[in-house]
Design a binder for this molecule. Structure first.
Ligand code: ZN
Length: 435
């Protein structure tokens, strides 16, 4: 009798285990790639079809987007990101967060995006000097399959390194790790699952799952290659999908509601392939409406590429263009400023917009030879007392972090009225053929 009683107790504690499924669909860094790329990957209408298909067979799914919805194609540059937010609404994210490029059209436009989004945009570490949050809320709590799921938004701790000060205005970011720890502790008793939805660096995502035991999942954006494999630390996981919507990622979880821990995880990448997926008609309609308006401005032939040029080939080419067009002696292109490759064949102006989507303007400074740091000189011979002209985009010439890194903090730059992208377009037009 006593034995039976013990057995029953054992069974009842086994029954107290309450395992529930939770699936997280996620994307990040869609970067205004509203149409498929040259490999027929991505495109909002195709992504929408895939998301809807996944959702149709799933009553325990959340779809999260980890920032940088805008910036990357002419539809975003010309209309300051707004069509992308309009089309993005049709993707029906359950939650999204703010990426660094959401500030590219100035912080007032970021606020406009927050008003345009028909889904919660959460962000817990973008604040002004009084600590007031830019986003309406740092987190949102969703009910899924009987689970209470907290989604806390985050941006990288060094947001200012990625922006021109005038675009960031009164805002700055605080530590992504401290913020995650603060809200995760606060929420742990109220919810079953804590997710950080971060537009953050991978080392920040890793630090959060290593150091904040109350966080179950980190869903990252920012690194466009995403993660190869999910990272697991003590039953806590970090994932990040590829950028530009070439994949939709899916994280299948089983959660023990009684211990609030993950008991299983499986992470897969689903290709957004326009060859095999049909376009969602409602999304396609809006995409083509905007693309028509863009096409008349940018689908003009300006030259010919004799071969494919990868991003790393374009960096020295753009530097050459800058020296030629600005009649400068020195320049520097930041690799992160080159946003696309150039494919062999006729060059449309659109291709240059994809390579340099930013509305950066050129700035110049006159320096004596001895004032030119090695970072700029790059082995060229100089005369110490001769004057040289340095030309940089205003991104490099006004960003305190890059000025410090380049050793140019003391240099006075002059503004010009030359748009960086227009300068490169003009150079390609003059060249006609790129070999
Ligand atoms: Zn990005």
């Amino acid at each position: 009798m006593r034995l039976l009683f013990i057995c029953l107790i054992g069974m009842s504690s086994a029954l107290a285990e309450d395992i529930r499924k939770l699936t997280i669909l996620h994307s990040n860094d869609l970067h205004a790639r509203i149409t498929p790329d040259t490999n027929h990957r991505g495109g909002f209408a195709y992504l929408a079809t895939l998301v809807r298909k996944e959702r149709a067979s799933c009553n325990h799914c959340l779809y999260l987007n980890a920032g940088d919805l805008v910036q990357g194609t002419p539809v975003s540059t010309i209309f300051r990101g707004e069509p992308v937010y309009k089309i993005g609404n049709l993707l029906k994210f359950d939650a999204s967060t703010i990426g660094n490029h959401e500030f590219d059209y100035g912080w007032r436009q970021t606020q406009k995006f927050l008003r345009m989004a028909k889904y919660p945009v959460v962000s817990g570490n973008i604040v002004d000097q009084n600590g007031k949050l830019l986003a309406k809320k740092p987190y949102v709590i969703k009910k899924v399959n009987g689970l209470r799921v907290a989604i806390i938004g985050s941006v990288m701790s060094d947001l200012e390194a990625f922006l021109k000060p005038k675009d960031l205005g009164p805002w700055h970011s605080t530590s992504s790790l401290d913020m995650a720890a603060k809200y995760a502790q606060e929420l742990r008793d109220k919810v079953d699952v804590v997710i950080i939805l971060g537009h953050i660096k991978q080392n920040e995502g890793s630090a959060i799952i290593r150091q904040v035991p109350q966080v179950n999942v980190v869903v990252e954006g920012h690194v466009h290659t995403g993660r190869k494999e999910l990272e697991v630390v003590d039953g806590r996981v970090a994932v990040g999908c590829a950028g530009y919507g070439v994949d939709l990622c899916r994280l299948d979880l089983e959660v023990d509601k009684s211990t609030k821990k993950l008991v299983s995880w499986k992470w897969i990448k689903l290709a957004v392939d326009a060859n095999t997926i049909a376009a969602a008609p409602d999304v396609e309609k809006l995409v083509s409406k905007w693309e028509k308006r863009v096409s008349v401005k940018v689908d003009r032939v300006i030259g010919e590429a004799k071969r494919d040029f990868e991003k790393r080939d374009l960096v020295p080419m753009i530097e050459k263009a800058t020296l030629d067009e600005m009649h400068a002696d020195f320049t520097l292109m930041n690799a992160g400023g080159v946003r696309d490759r150039l494919v062999k064949g006729q060059i449309l102006e659109r291709a240059i917009w994809n390579i340099i989507p930013f509305d950066n303007v050129m700035m110049t400074a006159t320096l004596k030879g001895f004032e030119i740091p090695d970072s700029i000189r790059k082995g060229k011979t100089i005369e110490l007392n001769k004057e040289y002209l340095l030309a940089l985009s205003d991104f490099l010439a006004t960003n305190p972090v890059s000025l410090e890194q380049l050793g140019l903090k003391a240099v006075k730059f002059r503004e010009t009225d030359v748009l960086f992208r227009d300068m490169f377009i003009q150079w390609v037009k003059n060249k006609k053929v790129l070999e």
